[in-house]
Design a binder for this molecule. Structure first.
Ligand SMILES: Cc1cc2nc3c(=O)[nH]c(=O)nc-3n(C[C@H](O)[C@H](O)[C@H](O)COP(=O)(O)O)c2cc1C
Length: 367
């Protein structure tokens, strides 16, 4: 599975794997793909440096990338505490009541909330980049819009390609105008923040809109046949996120969550603002249902919603409160039905790709 982009990055297969787990990212790169480590859950730098050191030791020299979350809109000159003070009391009460209804225990006295997304604060993302530029990262991706011009320039000075996710052709063209090198066209069915256009429509639309920039097809890819489809639509590779959540290397630290992922069908996700304030596809749970209730409050805009629910999510995860327990995941969750090493998943992808090519060749009368 080689394309101009995979050759440029020096990888065997044009399969890009997004994951928040270093062990998964390293395994994807070792398997011949391109592992991309998500940095949003790291704080301002030290933990990231530790894990990038680890990646260096465990990628056998194979290239890898980093994904940061720099929102397009800046929140400038405001401290986290000031932002937190903007959360209405009614919303806090709703969270308290929902947790109480399900008997979710409190965290221990003085215990910090483990689930705290601060990576979307521009100053945090910037300090992560200060760390990242000391490592041989080959691609820098941004989740929420084009990174600021100085970040793009710095990455280019380090010989790093810059990518960004796009949910529409308009977004993609904006990234192109901002001087980015790679567009990740992420469809509606994907896990995490998504737009409203499905991959089948989005991929060729973005390919045409930003030609000749390379495009990666993302959203709903869990088999080699789907990879072949993405490449047939003009993509120079695929970008996969959900599929790795049920690999042996994924550090979900929750048997209950893994069980829920394995049991879920493709209709068991919902695009909800309950987690971050922006529409993000995730497992449908009693927590997401509570936020859909017309009698309850509307989720707050980003970044307030993330701050509002951070402690609640930590408590739900820590005590594995099954009805409320969820994670961002895409519709491909319906295909994730066993826990396997990354290498086995990857081998399946390459075999499925071969099958798809053979099949299409037969149909075209070429084999
Ligand atoms: C658990 C999870 C967390 C994610 N977090 C991020 C993130 O921090 N930054 C980002 O650019 N994309 C994030 N995404 C989206 C992925 O980068 C990718 O575009 C998406 O998973 C592709 O669709 P798929 O889930 O159908 O494979 C996340 C996806 C999942 C499943």
């Amino acid at each position: 599975m080689q394309t101009e982009l995979s050759t440029r990055l020096g990888v065997e297969h044009a399969v890009f794997g997004f994951t928040p787990f270093p062990a998964v990212a390293a395994a994807i790169s070792r398997a011949g793909g391109f592992g991309v480590l998500g940095a949003v859950r790291y704080g301002a730098g030290e933990d990231l440096a530790r894990d990038l050191d680890w990646m260096q030791e465990h990628t056998d020299g194979a290239p890898y990338g980093l994904d940061v979350v720099m929102p397009a809109k800046k929140v400038e000159g405001v401290t986290e505490a000031q932002i937190e003070a903007m959360i209405p009391e009614g919303h806090r009460a709703f969270v308290r009541d929902t947790l109480a209804k399900h008997g979710v225990p409190e965290l221990a006295e003085g215990e910090a909330s483990g689930w705290r997304i601060t990576g979307w604060l521009e100053q945090v993302a910037r300090s992560q980049l200060d760390v990242a530029f000391d490592y041989p990262v080959k691609l820098l991706a941004n989740a929420l819009g084009s990174p600021p011009p100085d970040v793009v320039a710095r990455a280019h000075d380090h010989g790093i390609l810059v990518a960004a996710l796009a949910g529409s052709a308009r977004h993609a063209r904006h990234h192109q105008e901002a001087g980015l090198d790679v567009i990740v066209a992420q469809g509606y069915e994907a896990g995490g923040h998504t737009g409203e256009i499905a991959s089948m429509v989005l991929t060729p639309e973005v390919v045409r809109a930003v030609d000749p920039l390379p495009v990666l097809a993302a959203g709903g890819i869990g088999s080699g046949e789907q990879i072949a489809a993405g490449l047939a639509l003009g993509a120079q590779g695929v970008w996969i996120g959900s599929l790795w959540l049920t690999t042996e290397e994924a550090e979900l630290h929750s048997a209950a969550l893994t069980r829920k992922l394995l049991a879920a069908g493709s209709g068991d996700t919902v695009r909800s603002r309950a987690l971050t304030g922006k529409p993000a596809r995730q497992l449908r749970t009693e927590w997401t249902d509570a936020w859909e209730d017309p009698d309850g409050p509307d989720p707050l805009p980003m970044p307030l919603q993330g701050l509002l629910v951070a402690e609640a999510v930590s408590r739900i995860q820590k005590y594995e409160v099954e009805p409320l327990l969820g994670t961002p995941v895409g519709q491909i969750v319906g295909r994730m039905d066993s826990v396997r090493p990354v290498r086995a998943v990857f081998d399946d992808l390459t075999r499925g790709f071969e099958r798809a090519i053979d099949r299409v060749n037969r149909i075209a009368g070429r084999a």
